[in-house]
Design a protein around this ligand. Structure first.
Ligand SMILES: [Zn+2]
Length: 248
């Protein structure tokens, strides 16, 4: 019988049978994996903790005929703070939706996993604005999977005057005031938003979250990110709408 040892985070759990769980794991070595965790809902099971949503664990999985089954899992980080806070959990669920769509089986995606884990860490352990974390996550994720927008200069003339930029969804990047006639639908953005976009696409992973933006800039990032994500992934992600109902 062959087995697989990998770290990974549970992005979906479904109850099955009397006390079993089928989990979807975003794994370091094999991308998306489905695995049966037998007896994982029994309180005394050694699988009970590590097979819950958002648990990041070291897994040992046996490869069965149809799917993997979990032999053991040692929790590395449970992200307990997120699972017990409805608002944070909603932000995490939004990120899970996106991740679940872009990762594939048997395709290692270690940079994406690192981005996801870092984003969850920021959401769980810091008081950074959750919406800012999510916007950074979205834009960096699109960049990581091959849709990096051209945001270091104007896509037409190479101008780096960040106070005169528009974001063109047609050109997948910046157009300066002089070149904006190439796409009349381009969105005018502030200097702060232009700089933030450039930072998010190009900064080192370790420094990705270490900047602050104003409320206005955050709103601009949201407009760019949501439309760009819809264009590239051809889907609307609407879990964050639920946040609005929480703040009423
Ligand atoms: Zn230009």
């Amino acid at each position: 019988m062959s087995y697989l040892k990998t770290s990974g985070i549970v992005i979906k759990e479904v109850n099955t049978g009397e006390a079993d769980r089928i989990i979807t794991v975003f794994s370091k070595n094999k991308g998306k994996i489905s695995a049966l965790a037998k007896g994982a809902r029994r309180p005394k099971s050694h699988l009970v903790a590590g097979t819950q949503l958002l648990c990041y664990s070291e897994f040992v999985l046996f490869k069965g005929k149809d799917m993997y089954s979990v032999n053991s899992c040692d929790v590395i980080e449970s992200f307990y703070d997120i699972r017990n806070d409805l608002e944070r959990l909603t932000y995490a669920a939004h990120m899970i939706d996106i991740v679940n769509d872009v990762i594939l089986e048997n395709q290692p995606a270690s940079r994406l996993l690192q981005l996801f884990l870092n984003s969850l860490y920021m959401l769980s352990k810091t008081d950074k604005l959750p919406l800012q974390i999510v916007r950074i996550f979205e834009i960096r994720l699109l960049s990581t999977i091959g849709y990096a927008p051209w945001v270091s200069s104007c896509t037409e003339c190479g101008s780096t005057l960040f106070d005169s930029m528009h974001f063109s969804f047609l050109k997948c990047g910046f157009l300066c005031t002089k070149c904006v006639e190439k796409d009349k639908g381009a969105l005018r953005i502030s200097e702060g938003a232009a700089k933030a976009l450039n930072y998010i696409v190009h900064s080192k992973m370790n420094n990705l979250f270490s900047f602050e933006v104003s409320e206005n800039v955050l709103e601009e990032l949201g407009k760019v990110s949501q439309r760009y994500m819809k264009d590239r992934l051809e889907k609307n992600y609407n879990k964050l709408d639920f946040i609005k109902t929480l703040s009423v």
